[in-house]
Design a protein around this ligand. Structure first.
Ligand code: ZN
Length: 298
């Protein structure tokens, strides 16, 4: 009886493996390495959003925190759904609301076993206070210093804990690289939603960091980004949606969701001149190597 049931369980394991092999043969698997699943846009139908992702072959999703509460929500989602992982941190655009020292908060959050990196962190000079009449260049400097300080705290804690960082960079490439450089032998960054040119990508790769591409890759006016992807080494980039933002064609302008990595991957495979399976193998291996613990079975 015992032997029979052992045989049964072995057989069922084999059946599951065979099924997995068959389904991966018909559908290339991808990961959404940057999603904001905790945003209110998903609150009403998260199980359906995740089911559509699974049906589209998006096997793992990383939900990215943008402040303390958002990071805690990302962790709860990672606890509720086996294929969801979390990145915890404080977004530079919210730097003014951050505590002066967020390092102990980061350490605490990062103790969770499903935290795969810190972020999103970095520098964003796209919207500076002086764009409003009541603020001046002095306020801009103050805001930039606050962002820089918060970014440095993420890099310090990442160094301590042996984690990598998800980096948000907008109109701030020089300062972001300058801040990353002293940490570059210990911490790697993924410059997410990458929209810069090939020389910028090469400077990032030279620091052992990498880039990731969103739905912008599919936009009619996204040729410069396709050119950057074409120049990016096959093992130095990942795919992401940055949902609920930046839905790829043909959903452009609508709410984005993780399932749409499929559309992004189709354009990426064309640009790289490879098969979906080759792109799947390369980008999933890169993500598993970059994000600690992402490779564990779900
Ligand atoms: Zn983001």
């Amino acid at each position: 009886m015992f032997r029979l049931s052992t045989l049964d369980s072995r057989l069922s394991t084999l059946v599951v493996r065979a099924f997995a092999l068959t389904s991966s043969a018909v559908m290339a698997i991808f990961y959404d390495t940057h999603a904001h699943l905790d945003y209110p846009e998903f609150a009403q139908e998260l199980p359906a959003v995740l089911a559509r992702a699974r049906a589209a072959g998006i096997a793992k999703i990383i939900s990215i925190g943008t402040d303390l509460d958002s990071s805690k929500r990302a962790l709860r989602l990672a606890e509720d759904f086996p294929n969801v992982f979390a990145v915890v941190g404080w977004h530079p655009s919210h730097a003014n609301e951050a505590p002066t020292d967020f390092r102990s908060g980061l350490r605490e959050l990062a103790r969770h076993p499903k935290v795969v990196a810190l972020g999103e962190t970095g520098l964003d000079y796209h919207r500076l206070p002086s764009q409003k009449p009541e603020f001046s260049a002095v306020d801009d400097e103050c805001y930039k210093n606050k962002q820089a300080d918060l970014f440095r705290q993420h890099l310090e804690v990442a160094t301590e804990l042996g984690l990598n960082c998800v980096i948000h960079q907008r109109d701030s490439l020089e300062d972001t690289l300058a801040q990353l450089e002293p940490f570059a032998d210990r911490v790697r960054g993924v410059f997410h939603c990458f929209a810069n040119d090939p020389p910028a990508m090469q400077r990032i790769v030279a620091l052992r960091s990498m880039v990731s591409f969103t739905g912008i890759l599919t936009f009619k006016n996204g040729q410069n980004i396709r050119d950057t992807l074409a120049a990016t080494p096959m093992d130095q980039f990942m795919l992401e949606t940055d949902c609920p933002y930046l839905a790829p064609v043909p959903y452009r302008g609508k709410r984005c969701e993780p399932a749409y990595v499929k559309e992004i991957s189709e354009v990426a495979a064309q640009v790289k001149g490879c098969s979906p399976e080759e792109l799947s193998a390369a980008t999933c291996a890169t993500a598993e190597q970059f994000f600690r613990g992402l490779g564990s079975d779900v």
